[in-house]
Design a binder for this molecule. Structure first.
Ligand code: NAP
Length: 285
């Protein structure tokens, strides 16, 4: 592409940034779409967050994705929040409209889009492992999509209870939270039709990690989902596949939440299948 004074700049802010697939995925999509737009990563030191957000306006950047540890901290600098960002209290995307900053949270919508891609749109009984930021976005969307019961387990009992209380604020009586425990997981897993790993357990370079000891009691029609996208097949998913359960890894959600970023910032429908292909090719390199 030719960079000129009309080039729209989009970015990613976080700290430390480490290895991110977002620049590759977004720049490939922007190039394919023929847009005069660039996606750049910025490692922002904690004391500089306010200035970095002010810089978005000063430099007239179109927007930024926001990652760990700024998803909550960034809210104080924004003018408006989308309903899901407001409900979750976390932002992973800022859009800049000539100095007016709106925060979005595309994780939950990306998750639901990845399910729709598989022809699935709703669940009755959901079991969530890990009650952090990603789980918040997911349960927000799952309650909207008609889930009847959302059980949450976390190694931190308080976090599990807090997320269950969030579910119950959205839809009374639908959420339960408890401390992660192997026996309790096995009991709850028997009636679940969706089980999601929302912890980083099993993520590279700690591929040997697995958040549960057994999936033996999970019923044969259940879907087992891992938000982790590196590796593509975690030990958790491998255990589900040994039982011939349907599984989805985090790559599809990553692509769909990225596609939403581009759609919100540029107004153009992104090439989702192409973006996924680009990322899959990057794994084999
Ligand atoms: P987070 O905020 O740190 O939440 C993880 C939660 O899981 C924490 O509450 C943590 O407790 C808990 N936990 C850790 N080990 C556990 C275990 N063995 N059993 C039960 N709970 C446990 O992280 P996040 O931002 O939600 O991200 C979670 C995962 O989702 C990460 O792997 C991330 O890469 C992935 N993710 C993927 C996408 C995607 O597009 N595919 C998007 C967002 C996130 P402690 O805090 O006490 O450790």
């Amino acid at each position: 592409m030719i960079i000129n004074s009309k080039t729209l700049v989009i970015g990613l802010i976080g700290h430390p940034l480490g290895h991110s697939l977002s620049p590759l995925m977004h720049n490939s999509a922007l190039d394919k779409l023929g847009l005069n737009c660039l996606y750049l990563p910025f490692d922002v030191a904690p004391n500089d967050l306010g200035e970095a957000v002010a810089g978005l306006k000063a430099l007239n950047m179109r927007g930024v994705n926001v990652t760990i540890p700024y998803k909550k901290a960034v809210i104080q600098y924004l003018d408006e929040l989308s309903p899901e960002a407001q409900a979750c209290g976390a932002v992973n995307l800022i859009k800049n409209d000539h100095g007016y900053l709106t925060g979005f949270n595309t994780d939950g919508r990306g998750f639901m889009a990845s399910l729709r891609e598989e022809g699935i749109s709703s669940f009755k009984q959901v079991l969530i492992i890990g009650a952090g930021g990603a789980a918040h976005s997911l349960v927000y969307e799952l309650t909207q999509s008609g889930a009847e019961q959302i059980n949450i387990l976390d190694i931190d009992h308080d976090k599990a209870l807090e997320l269950a209380s969030f579910v119950n604020q959205l839809q009374k009586g639908k959420g339960t939270g408890a401390k992660m425990d192997d026996e309790l997981f096995i009991t709850l897993s028997q009636k679940a039709d969706l089980i999601v790993n929302c912890t980083p357990v099993g993520m590279s370079p700690h591929n040997e990690g697995i958040p549960v000891t057994s999936l033996n009691k999970v019923h044969s029609e259940a879907l087992v989902y891992d938000l982790i996208y590196n590796p593509l097949t975690t030990r958790f998913l491998a255990m589900a596949q040994e039982r011939n359960l349907k599984t989805i890894n985090g790559l599809s959600m990553l692509v769909h939440q990225g596609a939403l970023t581009l759609e919100i910032l540029t107004g153009v429908k992104p090439p989702v299948a192409f973006m996924k292909e680009v990322l899959l090719n990057s794994y084999s390199k």
